[in-house]
Design a protein around this ligand. Structure first.
Ligand SMILES: [Zn+2]
Length: 437
């Protein structure tokens, strides 16, 4: 019988090839058409039961969806780049989610893993000292780049699927691997939760690589993500001749500017860390016209859901107040959201204990110190916990060529087999989990 490490070693070339293919055909959030068809096809060939597209994504719970035109253009682009036509209809219109299930037929809990598939809206570096460029697998899609390692996550998900199928006689319970679109901008997970994809999951683990964790280290239960809400605000005023009839105008630019200054004064909360940022302010049409339109792109964050919700509610009041001051209309659109991250300690302890026993890490820790950004797998964690399940967020440390979201981001591919070994170990040994380690 092959050991886990033999099975992984036999797949190293495949892992590298998958990762470099996903990296080359980088696709931004909700546009993962090529990637999703390739993932579905590989999982199907492995023998997994698949749920695809609308079965795993609630249309109305999607946030920050690109326009109809962009969705159509990018689907056509994906087909030209080798997206598999036999799978594309499932994902058409921005439904690029996949859940692969393996029912072992033996009693046991449902163990779930979540990986994400989207790239960032970023141009990849074409410098010769950037390894993906030098080795010919840098992104071929302008303005889209895997600069956060989700190409690695997708590959880890497929590698895990492949290894677990090869060991299926040693597994019990049910294995579920969730491939999520649109994590960037925290837009996709809520729609998968709304479709019920984690409603039967007892033991849940989401993953990330890198994030400043040193190579060789495993963080078993990261809790450093902030709850967040992303909103677009459109102010609509009335244009008028700025010299001749200014009193007839309603100034949307001033409302947006007033709102911006007030929003940045909102970060006091006794509950802990709170943040507000207005990252974009666009307004007006011409020098001699009272501006009749303005757009703000705003985010709030908080160390707990409560802190974020309080700051968000205050932000809505500030925005409405600024609009009233200048007599303009305003509309708020929710573009993304994530919850705060609180893993369940028994599952963190189990991951910790299994990682020590596996012996492939230099260092195994429960959590990392510094606060990070936000992550929408927290919606899945929250849902699993509401049902009494266990949930955690694991981070696999690795060497990075540059920071996340940087045009020269790249990660050491050796992290992929290590992550697969760890996640496969959790699936193989889940029967040992008693909840009281
Ligand atoms: Zn990421």
């Amino acid at each position: 019988m092959n050991t886990l490490s033999d099975l992984i070693s036999a797949r190293l070339a495949q892992l590298k090839s998958w990762r470099r293919e996903f990296h080359h055909y980088a696709e931004s959030g909700w546009l993962e058409f090529r990637t999703a068809t390739r993932v579905a096809d590989e999982l199907h060939k492995l023998g997994y039961q698949l749920q695809l597209g609308r079965e795993v994504i609630d249309a109305d719970a999607r946030m920050g969806l690109p326009s109809e035109t962009v969705l159509k253009q990018q689907e056509a682009r994906a087909l030209q780049q080798g997206a598999l036509p036999q799978w594309i209809s499932h994902f058409s219109g921005g439904f690029c989610g996949i859940v692969a299930t393996l029912e072992t037929g033996r009693p046991g809990p449902v163990i779930g893993f979540r990986v994400d598939m989207d790239a960032l809206d970023l141009n990849e570096s074409q410098a010769e000292d950037h390894l993906p460029q030098r080795e010919g697998f840098a992104s071929c899609n302008p303005g889209m780049m895997h600069a956060c390692g989700h190409d690695g996550h997708t590959t880890i998900g497929l590698g895990l699927a492949s290894v677990l199928m090869a060991m299926k006689d040693q597994l019990s319970g049910t294995i579920k691997i969730i491939f999520q679109p649109a994590e960037e901008g925290v837009r996709g997970a809520r729609a998968m939760v709304a479709a019920g994809v984690v409603d039967d999951v007892d033991l849940f683990t989401a993953i990330h690589l890198g994030t400043g964790v040193p190579a060789g280290e495993l963080v078993c239960g990261s809790d450093s993500f902030l709850a967040t809400t992303k909103l677009d605000v459109n102010f609509t005023g009335v244009g008028a001749h700025a010299g001749g009839r200014p009193e007839e105008g309603r100034n949307a630019l001033l409302a947006a500017a007033q709102a911006t200054l007030a929003l940045h004064g909102l970060t006091q909360h006794s509950g802990g860390v709170a943040r507000v940022n207005v990252g974009v302010l666009q307004a007006g049409t011409g020098r001699n016209v009272v501006p009749d339109c303005a757009l703000l792109k705003v985010e709030t964050r908080g160390v707990t859901n409560q802190v974020n919700d309080d700051i968000y509610q205050q932000a809505l009041r500030v925005i409405a107040g600024a609009a009233a001051m200048y007599g303009v209309e305003h509309q708020v659109t929710l573009m993304g959201a994530a919850r705060s991250c609180t893993p369940t300690q028994p599952w963190v302890d189990f991951i910790h204990q299994q990682a020590e026993a596996l012996g492939v890490f230099d260092s195994v820790v429960d959590r990392k110190a510094q606060a990070a950004g936000s992550e929408d797998a927290t919606y899945m964690m929250e849902r699993v916990k509401q049902r009494g399940g266990q949930a955690s967020y694991a981070i696999f440390g690795c060497d990075l060529a540059a920071g996340h979201h940087n045009a020269k981001f790249d990660f050491d591919e050796q992290v992929m087999p290590v992550a697969i070994a760890m996640l496969a170990t959790l699936a193989l040994n889940q029967a040992q989990f008693g909840g009281d380690q």
